[in-house]
Design a protein around this ligand. Sequence first.
Ligand code: ZN
Ligand code: FE
Length: 256
Amino acid sequence: MSAEVRQFPCLSDNFGVLIHDPESGTTVAIDVPDAAPYLAILEDTGWKLSHILITHHHWDHVQGLDELKEKTGAHVIGPERSRQKIAGLDKTVEDGDKVSTGPYTVEAIGTPGHTIDQISWYFPDLKIAHTGDTLFSLGCGRIFEGDAEMMWASLSTLKRKLPVDTTIYCGHEYTQSNARFSLTIEPDNAALKTRAIEIDTLRAAGKPTLPTTMAQELATNPFLRADEPSVKAALGMTDASDAAVFAEIRTRKDNA
Ligand code: ZN
Ligand code: FE
């Protein structure tokens, strides 16, 4: 199974994502920071929007939802936990639910921490996942509604469920500042150093650093690597629990 995927900037540092199946004509949007860029691409490609998947209730992910739904009539699926907060949901999901969008089966992986409602959307047939504001390239979302233990559990779930060759899309282009921070945690990580140079080159050319892959994040993202003995040692936390090491990395980033 294949798909055409468009990723494009929205607002100041958000992403919009469209996944299109030419055969069935299915077109899926993930989050709607702003309706205008979506409408422009739909107009440009002639794609007809059929589904909108929402990761969480924050305004920068749903602000354009009303307008995009009204203009396209797309079917909107989002987290049950924010049924009251997001207007226009046609269907809600909880952790582990599977929904069909045209030919694609999409699994809702509950990944709370940044917000309690947060869903990561996984398309196993396409080896694509959208991790919202849970997993970023070289980072993770700030913990607004959950706690560090919850966020670490969510990242661990993604590590367990997403094969290494999964392509990862997410909510924000934060990679360059994440890379600078990541290097303070693992200054000797060779894969990270190489990736940081790549990121600077991409950003200097005005290009996005996303999507990334699970393999790349496992090798370079300190928030996924809190269980690595080398990371624990670098922080002087050899005997600490994985969640405690994660919490320390998150706290350092919040204060960076
Ligand atoms: Zn958010
Ligand atoms: Fe966000």
